[in-house]
Ligand binder design. Structure first.
Ligand SMILES: Cc1ncc(C[n+]2csc(CCOP(=O)(O)OP(=O)(O)O)c2C)c(N)n1
Ligand SMILES: [Mg+2]
Length: 687
């Protein structure tokens, strides 16, 4: 058939057709959202985005984050039509497309590169995993910060190595979520002029019209945040969309919000209705919509002649030229600034500078000791001297979490070279910003008290799902907090962090375990870590006669063996409770009970060890076992077994000096020893 519409309309309707067909064939998904916003996403990609489909990981590319992740079919269609290439986990560009027509046809099916929501590391061209509303926009703030920092550190006269823009496409849901308010507030404060959020304001969410629950003036809110706000009255008017995007490009001082009035389910029988959500239009609905839009009704997954070429001539050609020009510039930059270029190379591959481990300190034995938050702060500072792109901040608790880099400046609106970020009291955004920094290949950490990790959980979870080496630092790790009381004393947080697949949770017992924790964590390339650290001092163990702290790398190790080497009972502990277990061991040994203390700073690493090692540390025949940890006991049964016992927390804590709390909740060597000797006396079936 002959197609009479202009190339832009044809391309937009091709996107819409693919989205409808993909959802229809999957018999699940959200078809209405892409229908409404397709012209905006298309205009951005085709006319503005500096993104090379042939190399989707080129460091200076513009970023596009689909924060309304339920509209994933839109992204899959764009990635397909633009011919984006696949990249492997070693950052090699592969020959095959990121999204094939077969992938589109198998949308939401096992192994398709078109899953239900955009998944970073699964489909190339996806800049961030999205779906939990608000996460994408918050993550984009981290990307924009990263862009500013990279420019400040690496750009030189005549070498604008980093000047990329960050775009996020968000819906009503993203705007309702608290995390987007936190992130927008920070972005406005930091005057991130390289950041553009496009608000797909279709005034519909799942339950109905936004009048049900969301009547605030979003534009006024963003003006108050310090953003540049502009409105597009009709999402279908691509020239108006382009004008708004030019306004963003011209803005030098503020982030930009483009508020676009759109129609969910555009062209379909369910236009402007919540029925455009969560279910396909049905075969008749799809046909009716195609008819209304001038798409051939009988063709499924139809890409009219010329559409691929049109994308190639737009985003493809512009992105390819920009990338090649950048590579030429980088080659010259490498000659002029070899050391800086080397840093950029290392960073892109998530490698650390040679010799970084030489920076690690070691701590002499000291019975008075040092809080693990303090030893961690010292190790972090030492590492930061060697790793220039190790940076981060705190949700207003840096003086307490000890995460300030003493030799670095603050990152501010008028000082982008700083490495200390003041993220404000915005934990959820802080973690999402860290994700955005990591997606841009910087090495970020952020910090708060362990009890407030709950506020950030949505983003912590995504760091694990995306396999990003983000470092989450949590201090004030237990009732050890003392007088601040139960609101500030974490109980269930350790168990809940350990429940996140792929997150390595470390709770070191002394300064040298902290050093070894950082040795493992710094080298991670595809896994996040949570460091759980004490506020109170912990003795720095005299390792003579004890297991070496390097055991941290195996997750758990024999710290103090039974005098005979054949233990009657195993005492398992983490963090501050290791010292209690050691004291209990002394008592038991004096009573003639052979006790072994196992330090278990990282369960996840221990679980990965070969069975032979695990059995060596926790001999299966020794069934008398006591776990000691100032936290909810969930999960400990795995190590203490059905014959063992756990000294843990079964209630919230209380406000009192630590000493009183330790005896109230039973974290004393006497009690641990008593329970252990009872288990042994019962003959708990040691085989
Ligand atoms: C944090 C979170 N809560 C709830 C959902 C479930 N959900 C998916 S889409 C949606 C409605 C989103 O509305 P909007 O952002 O306006 O998108 P539109 O309806 O315009 O497509 C909801 C509640 C989600 N994905 N994430
Ligand atoms: Mg909506």
């Amino acid at each position: 058939m002959t197609i009479t519409v202009d190339a832009d309309t044809l391309a937009v309707n091709t996107v819409r057709g693919l989205c409808m067909d993909a959802v229809q064939r999957a018999e699940s998904g959200h078809p209405g959202t892409p229908m409404g916003i397709a012209p905006v996403a298309y205009t951005l990609w085709q006319r503005f985005l500096r993104f090379d489909p042939a190399n989707p990981i080129w460091p200076n590319r513009d970023r596009f984050v689909l924060s309304e992740g339920h509209a994933s079919a839109l992204l899959w269609s764009l990635l397909h039509l633009a011919g984006v290439r696949a990249v492997d986990p070693d950052y090699e560009v592969l020959g095959r497309p990121a999204v094939t027509m077969d992938d589109l046809r198998t949308f939401r099916q096992l192994d398709s590169h078109c899953p239900g929501h955009p998944e970073y590391r699964w489909t190339s061209g996806v800049e961030a995993t999205t779906g939990p509303l608000g996460q994408g926009v918050a993550t984009s703030v981290g990307m924009a910060i990263a862009g500013q920092w990279l420019a400040a550190r690496y750009n030189r006269e005549g070498f604008p190595l980093f000047d990329f823009d960050v775009y996020a496409l968000a819906g009503d849901g993203c705007m309702m979520e608290g995390i987007s308010g936190e992130a927008a507030s920070l972005a406005g404060h930091l005057r991130l002029a390289n950041l553009c959020w496009i608000y797909d304001s279709n005034r519909v969410t799942i339950e109905g019209h936004t009048d049900l629950a969301f009547t605030e003036d979003v534009a006024a809110r963003f003006v108050a945040y310090g953003w540049n706000v502009t409105t597009v009255a009709d999402a279908n008017d691509v020239d108006q969309v382009a004008r708004a995007l030019h306004t963003f490009r011209a803005e030098q001082q503020r982030p930009t919000l483009i508020l676009v009035h759109s129609h969910i389910g555009y062209g379909s029988p369910v236009e402007d209705s919540p029925k455009a959500h969560g279910a396909p239009f049905g075969p008749d609905g799809v046909r009716a919509t195609k008819r209304a839009l001038g798409i051939p009704e009988d063709a499924d997954f139809f890409v009219p002649p010329g559409v691929y070429e049109h994308f190639a001539a737009g985003v493809g050609a512009r992105g390819g030229e920009a990338r090649q020009a950048w590579e030429g510039m980088f080659a010259e930059y490498r000659l002029a600034y070899p050391e800086l270029a080397d840093e950029v190379d290392h960073m892109q591959r998530r490698e650390l500078p040679e010799g970084w481990q030489d920076a690690l300190p070691s701590f002499p034995a000291d019975p008075a000791g040092i809080a693990t938050r303090d030893s961690s702060g010292r190790v972090l500072n030492a590492l930061a001297q060697r790793i220039p792109w190790l940076l981060g901040g705190s949700a207003d608790l840096a003086p307490s979490t000890k995460t300030t880099l003493t030799s670095a400046e603050d990152f501010e609106a008028d000082d982008r070279i700083g490495r200390n970020f003041h993220l404000g009291i915005r934990e959820h955004a802080a973690a999402a910003v860290a994700n955005g920094l990591s997606l841009t290949k910087l090495r970020p950490y952020w910090s708060t008290f362990l009890t407030f990790s709950d506020y950030a959980r949505g983003a912590i979870r995504l760091s694990a799902l995306m396999e990003l080496p983000v470092i989450h630092i949590f201090t004030h790790d237990s009732i050890g907090v003392g007088e601040d009381g139960p609101t500030h004393q974490p109980v269930e947080q350790l168990a809940s962090l350990r429940a996140i697949p792929g997150l390595l949770v470390f709770r070191p017992c002394d300064a040298n375990e902290v050093v070894e924790t950082w040795r493992v964590v710094a080298a991670l390339r595809h896994e996040p870590a949570a460091l759980v650290l004490s506020r109170q001092k912990l003795p720095t163990l005299d390792r003579a006669g004890l297991g070496a702290a390097e055991g941290v790398a195996r997750g758990a190790y024999v710290l103090a063996d039974a005098p005979t080497g054949r233990p009657d009972v195993l005492l398992l502990a983490t963090g501050s409770e290791v010292a209690i277990a050691l004291a209990a061991r002394e008592e038991l040994n004096a009573e003639g009970i052979a006790a072994r203390v196992v330090s278990m700073p990282c369960w996840e690493l221990f679980d990965r060890q070969p069975r032979a090692y695990r059995d060596e540390v926790l001999p299966p025949e020794v069934r008398a076992r006591v776990g000691v940890e100032q936290a909810a006991t969930l999960g400990w049964d795995r190590y203490v077994g059905d014959a063992g016992a756990v000294v843990g927390m079964h209630t919230f804590g209380a406000s009192a000096p630590l000493k009183q709390l330790l005896s109230k909740f039973g974290f004393t060597p006497e009690r641990v020893a008593q329970i252990a000797s009872e288990l042994v006396a019962e003959g708990t079936g040691n085989r």
